[in-house]
Design a protein around this ligand. Structure first.
Ligand code: FAD
Length: 460
């Protein structure tokens, strides 16, 4: 491996300008700082700036401009294509922006862009409050929020962006703007779903919701076609208090799952009921009745307790390849195709994940934010993990073939689950007028496409 040094950069000047750390390949901590959540990605940036405030971001962007270094913005590091880093470029690492101010009376919180969704959820939990993000606490709060945020409170309280009240953002030309519905409303529209295209977000203000009455946990059922279709159908028809994320996959070897089930096809459903517990129990009993549970951890418990229960990614992290799509339903025939694919496709772990939407997600008009797929009843994610790079080609063929089959010609994609599909994937995430509006915003706020390491919308 070539070790890259940076003798020509005037790092002393940069270090004078920023209060945070500036790391190069010669510095202790560089390798830790450049590590990402996924395996198989190992780029070596020339400089990592661990920013401490918006002024540090401005200084880092100015330095990149002067030196011509490519800019990457990194928060929780979960981009599956490694957009949070740049080989030979400059990484604006926001993980040091950890401030968190919670106002439980007004039910709002200001969070630094470096806070993870798990840290935020744990911090607001003692007040009986939550903002919905995804289903994994290690994901960066700013990365998921800029994408949309499809999680366990989606049907009850909407996407994360539906709870976003304001954001502080540093634009490509170094302006620090506080944007909300009244100030720079165009930019505020674009930040809600437009990914990292429009600037570096340093702080976010989010609405908190009362989650004191909550029931949830993992429900693992043996996967047959009627069970898979039944789970999806029930989750679609249920009151909006219920959100289900159902992963059809070989049973993972987790300690709370019986060894004899390991490797057999299961529906690993994360169940979240945010409402009256008695009604919730009745609804969840309907799910339980679909099969004899392999494991049933659904119980009245704090919403925040669900996050640590999620299967943590293995360490070292494998590589993963996924495809995102939208659908109206999953009937038994479709479920059968999914099960055949799970049984036959390569990779140590294969999954077709169904996120049932509707409810509060669909209350918001499609043009109100840069997430346009408000009418999609569900999104699916076909994914496979692999450890040997030599397996990538076979995994790619299998995953894309299954996704194309499930897509049935329905366009649309969720930007956070896009992989390396290129411009067509980004266009699918931002259909029609959404694309035009984002491209116009890009021309206004980032005409030189400084922020291009993302699911990129080039300037109009
Ligand atoms: C295991 C796993 C589980 C997931 N679960 C969910 C889920 O349940 N729901 C869901 O909606 N998504 C989910 N995602 C997708 C996730 O939301 C996106 O990958 C998100 O972009 C990750 O954000 P990050 O900060 O962790 O990643 P990073 O790699 O640090 O950031 C990804 C990109 O976001 C942009 N970005 C991040 N922070 C900033 C910032 N402060 N300012 C400007 N741009 C920024 C940059 O373009 C960056 O390249 C999951 C991903 C993984 C890997």
């Amino acid at each position: 491996m070539t070790i890259q040094h940076t003798p020509t950069l005037d790092l002393a000047h940069l270090r004078e300008q920023v209060t945070g750390d500036v790391l190069t390949p010669d510095d202790d901590g560089y390798d830790d700082a450049r590590r990402l959540a996924y395996g198989g990605l190992d780029p070596r940036p020339a400089v990592i700036v661990r920013v401490r405030d918006a002024d540090d971001v401005r200084a880092a962007l100015a330095f990149a401009r002067e030196t011509g270094l490519e800019v990457a913005v990194r928060s929780g590091g979960h981009s599956s294509v490694g957009y949070g880093t740049s080989a030979g470029g400059l990484v604006v690492d926001v993980r040091g922006l950890t401030g968190l101010e919670v106002d439980p009376v007004r039910r709002v919180a200001w969070a630094g862009a470096g806070v993870t969704t798990g840290e935020y959820t744990a911090a607001v939990a003692p007040h009986g409050l939550a903002t919905g993000f995804g289903d994994m606490g290690t994901v960066g709060l700013s990365g998921i929020t800029l994408s949309g945020g499809v999680g366990l409170l989606a049907r009850k309280h909407g996407l994360t962006i539906d709870s976003l009240l304001a954001a502080e953002v540093v634009t490509a030309d170094g302006r620090v703007l506080t944007v909300d519905a009244e100030h720079h409303p165009d930019l505020f529209w674009g930040l809600r779903g437009g990914g990292g295209n429009l600037g570096v977000v340093t702080r976010l203000q989010l609405r908190l919701h009362d989650v004191r009455s909550f029931l949830g946990g993992l429900l693992v059922l043996p996967a047959t076609a009627p069970v898979v279709a039944g789970v999806v159908d029930l989750a679609l028809r249920a009151p909006r208090e219920l959100t289900v994320i159902a992963s059809v996959m070989p049973c993972p070897p987790m300690p709370f799952l019986p060894p004899e089930a390991h490797g057999r096809p299961v529906v690993l459903a994360t169940v979240a009921w945010a409402g009256d517990p008695d009604e919730g129990r009745r609804v969840v009993d309907g799910l339980r009745a679909l099969g004899t549970p392999v494991a049933d951890l659904v119980a009245p418990q704090p919403y925040a307790a669900l996050f640590p229960q999620m299967p943590a990614p293995p360490d070292p992290a494998p590589s993963a390849l996924g495809r995102t799509l939208l659908r109206d339903s999953v009937d038994e025939a479709t479920a059968g195709q999914v099960l055949d694919w799970i049984a036959a496709s390569p990779g140590p772990m294969r999954v077709v994940q169904v996120r049932v939407l509707g409810g509060a997600v669909a209350d918001v008009p499609p043009d109100a934010t840069a997430y346009a797929h408000r009418d999609a009843p569900m999104m699916l994610n076909v994914a496979s993990m692999y450890t040997d790079p030599g397996d990538r080609a076979a995994v790619h063929v299998a995953v894309t073939a299954m996704a194309d089959r499930l897509r049935q010609g329905r366009p649309g994609a969720y930007v956070a689950f896009l992989g390396d599909e290129g411009p067509d994937g980004v266009r699918a995430a931002y259909p029609g007028g959404t694309w035009d509006r984002l491209a116009a915003l890009k021309r206004r706020y980032d005409p030189e496409n400084v922020f291009h390491l993302n699911q990129n919308v080039p300037p109009a």
